[in-house]
Write a protein that binds this ligand. Sequence first.
Ligand code: AMP
Length: 224
Amino acid sequence: MSELNLILLGPPGAGKGTQAERLVADFDLPYYATGDILRAAVKDGTELGRQAKEYMDRGDLVPDEVICGVIMERVDSDEARDGFLLDGFPRTVGQANVLERGLQALGRRLTAALLLDVPDDEVVRRLSGRRVCVKSGHLYHVEFDPPKHDDVCDQDGSRLIQRDDDKPETIRRRLDVYHEQTAPLIDYYEERGILRRFHGGRPPGEVHDHIRASLATLRLENEL
Ligand code: AMP
């Protein structure tokens, strides 16, 4: 079977994590979310976390040299031999170049860049209502996907919190950073013919159906 080497692109709050959960279940892919990896490192007090924290607190990107090695190690691991799903990486053209060259050196390439398009005002609405389980990282939204009991995870009863970087002033900064540094990747992957666009503002189930259909077609094309 052909490899499925995927990245998810889109502004913060576009629903990348939600779609990732579904795609991982569909295709049995290892999932690497740089935001989750960095938050875990901060929580565990590792060297990586120490280097990343101040940038994350401001809503800025951590430097490429801090994050690229971490992700390339995972892409090159045994479990990612038949494919992977990256979320939150690459975030800059520099990171995209590192990924492209790294894959080339392994005789591989990206299958698709899945873009979830969502307007800025919708991003602010989504992120400011987002809550996350302190234990499992499972996501809720106070308006669109509330837990059964306020501030308690349905799955394991742990506490739900608001991420520091989901506070309104940091959301604005993250959006600016997205437009300045990450949005250029849309053209980057369009030029390479692997960009696939989806309306991230549609209901999650619908977005998921579109992505699945698009990936099924891609797989067929790759196998022909
Ligand atoms: P996320 O959960 O993907 O929104 O990431 C949260 C924060 O982690 C970002 O605001 C950045 O500070 C940092 N981060 C995550 N991924 C990257 C990356 N690929 N490059 C640089 N910084 C990142």
